[in-house]
Design a protein around this ligand. Structure first.
Ligand SMILES: Cc1ncc(COP(=O)(O)O)c(C=O)c1O
Length: 258
């Protein structure tokens, strides 16, 4: 009986603000960028709770399609099957960059550098934050540093997809070293997070989208506009999800307030 009461409490379905639970957003940003990340303390990070990794990635792609000046998005070859499906739906043309060398079953680093080196200035580049899905091949820290330097020298925009934080090394912190190196020098980026696997929240669809940007009118509008734009978008996704849950989840019907 006590466990039933506990369970009942954990299923409170109070309405959250449109951008999600503020504490969750802050902790989620800290999990990927680190406790001491100055970007969070200085309010340069906007985080919104989204529908798991897929929803976070989709919102980020749509946001860039609407607000970023360069439209082409580069994805690694190969990559998670939904990447090349989601990006065109968001309205961005997709190109690929080499990642895998089947002959060595390792990284095709030369191909990767050549492809990103010939990408147009400012292009968006999808980077698997760690434990690359499909192939589990990640660059070493030294190679990441070379990728970072190349990307920054060409103004390429990093969009991290973090669906397996802790799966590569066993450590939540160690797995995000690359992402943290990218933002340590102050460069802007987007990062989508999924908690399906590392928190075993497969069915709950828990995730977050982080936008790190400086106050600049070159690439982005001001943070306040950012927040508003994201609120609009998340509202749309949230609504869709509510309908899906109602249609499919007969074990736990939810009360929806509209
Ligand atoms: C690289 C990558 N991104 C995003 C996702 C989607 O995550 P979710 O199932 O939480 O939507 C996955 C799922 O396997 C993935 O491998």
């Amino acid at each position: 009986m006590p466990s039933l009461a506990l369970h009942a409490q954990s299923r409170l379905k109070e309405y959250l603000p449109i951008i999600g639970l503020p504490d969750f957003n802050k902790l989620s940003a800290k999990l990927i960028f680190g406790d001491a990340s100055p970007t969070i303390e200085e309010n340069l990070m906007t985080t919104v709770q989204c529908l798991s990794g897929t929803g976070s990635f989709s919102v980020g792609a749509e946001f860039l399609a609407k607000h970023y000046h360069q439209r082409t998005k580069y994805i690694p070859q190969p990559t998670w099957g939904n990447h090349p499906k989601i990006i065109p739906i968001a309205g961005l043309p997709v190109k690929t960059y080499h990642h895998y060398d089947p002959s060595t079953r390792g990284l095709n680093f030369q191909g990767l550098l050549e492809d990103l080196g010939s990408a147009p200035i400012g292009a968006i580049v999808l980077l698997h934050a760690c434990a690359h899905n499909l192939i589990g091949v990640d660059p070493t820290l030294e190679l990441w540093e070379q990728i970072r330097q190349l990307m920054r020298s060409k103004g390429l925009f990093p969009f991290f997809d973090s669906a397996h934080q802790s799966f590569a090394s066993g450590s939540l912190d160690a797995d995000q070293q690359y992402v943290r190196i990218f933002i340590a020098e102050g460069g802007e980026c987007l990062a989508a997070q999924s908690y399906s696997k590392n928190m075993r929240l497969y069915g709950e669809r828990v995730g977050a989208l982080n936008i790190f940007c400086w106050i600049t009118d070159i690439a982005f509008p001001r943070p306040l506009d950012l927040q508003q734009n994201l609120e609009d978008k998340v509202f749309i996704y949230g609504d869709d999800n509510i309908m899906n849950l109602e249609a499919t989840n007969d074990m736990s019907p939810r009360q929806v307030t509209r």
